[in-house]
Design a protein. Structure first.
Length: 183
């Protein structure tokens, strides 16, 4: 009788242990997904702002067709992206296209004086700051989730229930290099 109770107690402890680890992994996975949703919301706001910005610049710089095509292609690539890494790559392509668009805008003094252009530029700057904060939050949640599923003993439960490592939302390699400044 004591042996049976001991075995039942051991089984109950193991079940409790597995359930508590599983619940922790579910919580961490949901935090990671919620963090990704935060990035997605900010990127959608930027995605929606870009056509207004392009149309404003187009009104002043009609012969800069290649720049507008790059922005349009970058936006289209975002709609085709399905994974975090594909989305990050597409967003980095859009960031590069926007840098080119602003470089073109600098050549048009009338555009620089436009209050509509300035308002759109300020909105985009604000959105970029929000995106940066959302990226940091997501990457922190992804880091915590990855640590949780890769450490012992949780790794035993994570593998059994199909938890996989989360990708980080990283910047493009060219954005990591130090800009060269010369006088």
């Amino acid at each position: 009788m004591v042996v049976i109770l001991s075995i039942l107690l051991l089984v109950a402890l193991i079940v409790f242990w597995v359930v508590s680890i599983y619940n922790r992994l579910v919580r961490m996975s949901n935090l990671k997904n919620e963090a990704w949703s935060g990035i997605d919301v900010q990127l959608k706001r930027r995605f929606d702002l870009i056509p207004n910005l392009v149309e404003t610049v187009k009104g002043y710089a009609t012969h800069e067709k290649e720049v507008f095509e790059r922005v349009t292609e970058a936006r289209a690539a975002i709609t085709r992206a399905h994974t975090v890494s594909e989305r990050a790559e597409s967003e980095n392509m859009l960031t590069g296209a926007l840098k080119t668009l602003f470089a073109v805008a600098e050549n048009y003094p009338a555009l620089q004086a436009s209050s509509n252009f300035h308002q759109l530029q300020e909105q985009l700057t604000s959105l970029e700051n929000d995106i940066q904060m959302a990226r940091r939050y997501y990457n922190g949640a992804a880091r915590d989730y990855n640590i949780a599923i890769e450490t012992f003993p949780a790794v035993l439960v994570a593998k059994r229930f199909g938890y996989e490592k989360a990708d980080y939302f990283e910047t493009a390699e060219e954005e990591r290099t130090t800009p060269k400044v010369s006088f």
